[in-house]
Design a protein around this ligand. Structure first.
Ligand SMILES: Nc1ncnc2c1ncn2[C@@H]1O[C@H](COP(=O)(O)OP(=O)(O)OP(=O)(O)O)[C@@H](O)[C@H]1O
Ligand SMILES: [Mg+2]
Length: 247
């Protein structure tokens, strides 16, 4: 294990995922080994069906590998009980998906407060409101607290989804094509929020089809046919150009 804060947060070793369908074995992930250190911003790219979402689900404790080893912050995930896994899902990870999954006809404030209801730590309604307002302001929607989810634009919905992902202060944000349903201006806004969160120390893993989106990350991993094809650091010079272009 490394020191000086460079300890691996995620260590996947020889991960295989297979699914049996009508007696047929579908190989979804094949020998994936990947290590992500706390504070990294990783983009995962690859063709449709290459296994990106499956990999994200395994990383986010929503699915399990058929074989291989997954350590999260040093703990072997396969040793966790269902209760412990539920705790990891609610306190270690914030999930952001392509479809926003907000509660329909429910206010921004209530949508963001919701995960606090499932958290082990019980809080008063007033406390939950204060916490929700803070993260809603962080994504620039302080003026939309009482708007219902169906009264928001796509970009605003995704910002609410990010606020909801942040409410339990997770160390890891998993974003599966978060800009996939958005126009390019809203997409850039979402990427800027993710970059800000990364600067604040959150580890971010982002799945994207678009190379322009992947360039916001510091590392790009490509997957093909369930296996890692390449894993490259994005040079700081390239990022500097990117960030200047955003201003
Ligand atoms: N429950 C399942 N049963 C059978 N096959 C599955 C199942 N879930 C996923 N697959 C297959 O596994 C492969 C990887 O799926 P996955 O959703 O991880 O791909 P992806 O890279 O996220 O694709 P996309 O870019 O389209 O979202 C696909 O070929 C898919 O059809
Ligand atoms: Mg997918």
């Amino acid at each position: 294990m490394q020191h000086n804060g460079a300890q691996a947060m995620i260590e996947l070793l020889h991960i295989y995922k297979e699914i049996r369908n009508d007696g047929l074995v579908v190989k979804i992930l094949q020998d994936v080994s990947l290590s992500v250190t706390g504070g990294e911003f990783v983009a995962i790219m690859g063709p449709s069906g290459s296994g990106k979402s499956t990999l994200m689900n395994i990383i986010g404790f929503l699915d399990t590998a058929t074989s291989g080893n997954y350590r999260f912050k040093g703990t072997d995930v396969s040793t966790l009980t269902e209760d412990e896994l539920a705790k990891y899902r609610s306190s270690e990870v914030g999930y952001v998906f392509q479809a926003f999954h907000l509660l329909a006809k429910t206010s921004v404030l209530e949508n963001v407060k919701l995960p606090l209801m499932y958290h082990a730590e019980r809080r008063s309604d007033q406390e939950r409101t204060t916490m929700a307002k803070k993260v809603i302001e962080q994504v620039g929607l302080g003026h939309r607290l009482e708007h219902l989810s169906n009264q928001l634009s796509g970009g605003e919905k995704q910002r609410v989804a990010i606020a909801r992902a942040l409410i339990n202060n997770p160390s890891l944000i998993l974003a599966d094509e978060p800009t996939g349903n958005l126009d390019s201006a809203s997409g850039i806004q979402i990427m800027q929020i993710l970059q800000d969160l990364n600067r604040q120390g959150k580890t971010i893993i982002l799945v994207t089809h678009e190379s322009s989106t992947a360039e916001h990350a510091r590392r790009v991993v490509t997957i093909r046919d369930g296996a890692i094809e390449s894993d490259q650091q994005v040079t700081s010079q390239r990022r500097a150009v990117e960030e200047t272009n955003l201003k």
